[in-house]
Design a protein around this ligand. Structure first.
Ligand SMILES: C[S@@+](CC[C@H](N)C(=O)[O-])C[C@H]1O[C@@H](n2cnc3c(N)ncnc32)[C@H](O)[C@@H]1O
Length: 459
């Protein structure tokens, strides 16, 4: 098979079935990228008990890999509704593999531009060809065709439940509703959209204007949305970007690009990037000044990605595999002029990019992250030189990981000053010491949700 552009494709039914395998793994707790990777590595599901001898599908064509990712992401973004629809359609729950396939197909049928009957036919054919799913092919056919007949009524009834209406867990909806009484619906709606692909131009190597000209010559449309930020009109393979291999650009959300300029670095400063991997902000800092920079992260495989990014951009930093909560294990005793604490969090602000996060997180995670974030600040504060600045950031929109962490830190550190945030470009002209950026607040919804707070140590 080929797609419209002539690229080879696996049959749609196979793509749906492989996406369903990924969804099944997600339901068991895997992350979406890990679940997709596993499902595409093992497309015949040879490893599943009872699947029988592996069918050799060969390597999946790239166009099918992209299609499977798209099918699975679409399902995850609509999973609340798909689950509610399954409950209405199924008299009793089918086996997990069949349930996953049914929900994957339902998610595609919710999209009015997808060809409905063909999708159902292909899914049923794929089920018939699969030893595990074969006996349920009639059930799949009957429930999906009922959905096509009664779609509007079934969707309307299911959406009476807010989890199905918004496709977020109830605690997530309640948290946003309490924090942003006038905007929670817009935030949820935006969180279900596809995110923009935004790049950071390496101004050490090329002015933004000159790179935009090269982009236009390559036939790609992009808009400048920050001092170094260019948002592409449509995603393209990164290798097609002018100067990608030579380090002229990196992928980084426009909100994330606010961090490094906020930190106000100058040549010769000693800087700690305390939660560095994969190095988006490390490399940005090094584009702004010649720094003696320590990039810390406890996850060795993620730290290796910092190394790869530094190498692509021709930069250097000290990579340290260590825990920000235990500086005694890695710190050499020399104070830092600047510290960036881009702390691990629920990732509630970047849920457009990680649509599965909402289903893997639990309400209690907010308190767990909040405690760890406050502990990190407390552990790193003694490492800051007098007169130094510490920027705390998270890619979260939950107050528990933003204002509340800073309020808690200020109560226990009376020496700390709250310094104004001086923006490189204006998410608002204010110079408050803390800021909660929402995915809805960018001019063209250009950025993800982030929290920033600047702390200073008196001389
Ligand atoms: C939000 S990500 C950082 C993103 C990175 N700053 C960037 O801009 O590319 C958080 C990072 O914190 C790391 N991390 C988790 N626990 C940590 C700890 N105890 N100490 C330091 N880093 C930690 C994670 O491995 C993860 O790479």
């Amino acid at each position: 098979m080929t797609d419209r552009a002539g690229a080879p494709r696996a049959p749609l039914g196979e793509e749906l079935r492989i996406a369903a395998t990924a969804l099944e793994r997600l339901a068991e707790g895997a992350s979406l990228p890990a679940a997709l990777e596993a499902a595409m590595r093992d497309p015949a599901r040879a490893s599943r008990p009872g699947a029988g001898p592996a069918r050799d599908l060969g390597d999946l064509p790239p166009a099918s890999r992209a299609a499977i990712r798209d099918i699975a992401s679409r399902t995850v973004r609509a999973w609340g509704l798909c689950r509610a629809l399954s409950e209405r359609l199924n008299q009793r729950p089918p086996a997990p593999a069949m349930l996953a396939l049914q929900q994957v197909v339902l998610a595609q049928l919710l999209d009015p531009v997808r060809p409905d009957a063909t999708t159902v036919d292909q899914a049923v054919e794929a089920a018939k060809a699969d030893p595990v799913l074969r006996h349920g092919a009639g059930f799949l056919n009957a429930t999906l065709r009922r959905f096509l007949r009664e779609r509007e009524a079934l969707v309307a009834a299911a959406q009476a439940d807010p989890v199905a209406r918004w496709n977020f867990p109830d605690w997530w909806i309640a948290t946003l509703r309490a924090a942003y009484p006038d905007r929670w619906q817009a935030i949820l709606e935006e969180s279900n959209r596809e995110p923009p692909l935004t790049l950071r131009v390496n101004v050490r190597r090329i002015p933004v204007g000159a790179w935009l000209e090269r982009l236009a010559e390559a036939g790609i449309t992009g808009t400048r949305v920050g001092p170094q930020a260019v948002r592409l009109e449509a995603a393209v393979p990164l290798e097609r970007l002018p100067g990608w291999a030579d380090g002229l650009v990196s992928v980084q959300d426009a909100g994330a690009q606010l961090a490094a300029p906020l930190l106000d670095v100058a040549d010769g400063m000693r800087v700690l990037d305390a939660c560095a991997a994969p190095g988006g902000k490390t490399t940005h800092l090094l584009e702004l000044a010649a720094l003696d920079l320590v990039a810390l992260d406890p996850d060795e495989s993620r730290l290796a990605r910092v190394g790869e990014n530094l190498a692509r951009l021709g930069q250097a930093a000290s990579l340290v595999a260590g825990d920000a909560l235990r500086p005694g294990e890695w710190h050499d005793g020399r104070a830092f002029d600047r510290i960036l604490v881009d702390a691990p969090c629920t990732a509630s602000g970047i849920v457009r990019r990680q649509p599965d996060a909402r289903w893997r997180r639990r309400r209690r995670d907010m308190a767990t992250f909040s405690d760890r974030q406050a502990a990190m600040l407390g552990a790193l504060w003694p490492l800051l030189a007098p007169g130094g600045k510490l920027l705390y950031s998270t890619c979260s929109v939950f107050p528990a990981e933003g204002d509340r962490v800073i309020a808690r830190f200020m109560r226990s550190h009376p020496d700390a000053l709250r310094l104004p945030l001086v923006w490189a470009f204006a998410p608002g002209e204010d110079r408050e010491p803390v800021a909660q950026l929402l995915p809805t607040s960018g001019a063209g919804r250009d950025h993800d949700g982030f929290y920033y707070a600047m702390l200073g140590k008196p001389d």
